[in-house]
Design a protein. Structure first.
Length: 136
């Protein structure tokens, strides 16, 4: 428990990030004109492979089916624990009705900053930022 608290305390205090929750995505900071919903299985996420599903809806509520969607995970360096920063980006593939999915692999448990990015024709149309706590 002390290790988990130490890891959680090492995160950035960026105002666009919501507090972490043990059950997955916290309330998130959204930017852009699209609505982005994120889910991972298992929930809460664990170190190792997770199936990630993101649903993207246009401002009028219609599913966005022609986007490039990626999920990036970031954990800052923890020099006191001799651990470098970790960063991975996973592209997701469109499945149906604005739902994109793929497999993400977290290298370890702990607090991760997550950014879901949605682009259309090379231009970013939305981002969602939040924090998760992955279990070992």
């Amino acid at each position: 428990m002390a290790t988990l608290l130490a890891i959680a305390g090492c995160g950035s205090k960026d105002a666009t990030q919501a507090p972490a929750t043990a059950t997955g995505a916290a309330a998130a900071a959204d930017t852009g004109s699209v609505r982005i919903d994120y889910r991972a299985d298992p929930d809460p996420p664990r170190a190792g492979a997770s199936e990630v599903q993101v649903t993207v809806m246009q401002p009028d509520g219609a599913p966005m089916t022609d986007a490039e969607v990626s999920v990036s995970y970031y954990m800052p360096a923890m020099p006191s624990m001799n651990m470098p920063e970790m960063r991975d980006v996973f592209p997701l593939a469109h499945r149906s009705d604005g739902t994109y999915s793929g497999t993400a692999r977290l290298s370890m448990g702990g607090t991760w900053q997550v950014t879901v990015a949605v682009a259309q024709r090379g231009e970013t149309v939305g981002k969602k930022r939040f924090t998760i706590i992955a279990r070992e």
